[in-house]
Design a protein around this ligand. Structure first.
Ligand code: ADP
Ligand code: MG
Length: 257
């Protein structure tokens, strides 16, 4: 994973600090007294400005891994550093505040609030910031114009197509200007044309705004938009190369450097 760095890292950090760094991360769920190991000893780095696709069969732990990186869930063991901050060490309150300002989420089924307009949905993450009402509105309008929806501000999700709803969700993900955007099968529920639009937008956010993006996908075409591909299988991670070969990313081989 040595794709070119297209964005300046956040202030006060050495240029070499990865956007995301996982060290020996494991996750085991417990269900009815039964241990369900999902991820075992996962280690990898994502550079600032990278666009990473995470692939693998259903149930292989892709969403679990993404949720750990985004601070939605906590690892059973190991370290997750985002911009040099070990998020597993943060308290619930700190983690919520950190998420609000550092991570934008995009989900397969958009997860928009049905009773709010497009503009209000995009304004929502700004409620946790110091921005006043007028500023929030300006930021939300700008984000919606970036996804080409300036003419849909007062539409409710039910009045928008799937592709438009996902673009609202992208505007919501970028409105707080996070360094990291995580997307869990963002094109999984879209027709081909809408999926193309969504991928073009993600590519633009990555190239022009330098956002670091980690995207779970089943879609080979979606994965091609990314710079690097990781393949997760039975809780173990492999790097996927353009020639179709894979190589294991076990801790021993990635701790150097
Ligand atoms: P993927 O996104 O690759 O399809 P997931 O990360 O959603 O896979 O799930 C990986 C495995 O973890 C699955 O076997 C799933 O049943 C299990 N799992 C996910 N979440 C939980 C949970 N909250 N409790 C117990 N098991 C879970
Ligand atoms: Mg999943």
């Amino acid at each position: 994973m040595t794709s070119p760095v297209t964005a300046a890292p956040s202030a006060n950090l050495p240029a070499s600090t990865p956007a995301v760094s996982l060290r020996a991360v494991s996750k085991t769920y417990y269900r009815g007294g039964q241990a369900v190991p999902v991820l075992a000893d996962i280690s990898f780095d994502v550079a600032h400005g990278d666009f990473l696709a995470l692939m693998g069969p259903s149930g292989s732990g892709k969403s679990t891994l993404l949720n750990l990186i985004a601070g939605i869930d906590r690892p059973s063991s190991g370290q997750i550093l985002v911009d040099g901050i070990d998020i597993a060490q943060l308290s619930e309150g700190e983690l919520a505040a950190w998420r609000g300002s550092h991570v934008g989420f995009i989900f397969q089924f958009y997860n928009l609030m049905p009773v709010l307009t497009a503009l209000e949905n995009v304004e929502l993450p700004l409620m946790l910031t110091r921005l006043n009402r007028k500023q929030r509105r300006q930021h939300a309008e700008l984000a919606l114009s970036m996804v080409g929806l300036s003419d849909r501000l007062s539409h409710y999700p039910s009045e928008l197509s799937g592709g438009q709803q996902q673009r609202v969700a992208i505007a919501r993900a970028l409105v707080t200007d996070p360094t990291l955007i995580v997307a869990d099968e963002p094109t999984g529920d879209l027709d081909k044309a809408s999926a193309t639009d969504v991928l073009a937008l993600l590519d633009q956010l990555n190239r022009e705004l330098g956002k670091t993006i980690i995207m779970v996908t089943h879609d080979a075409r979606a994965a091609e938009t990314a710079h690097a591909m990781l393949h997760l299988d039975k809780g173990e991670l492999f790097a996927l190369e353009s020639n179709g070969k894979t190589h294991s990313l076990k801790t021993e081989s990635t701790t150097a450097g």
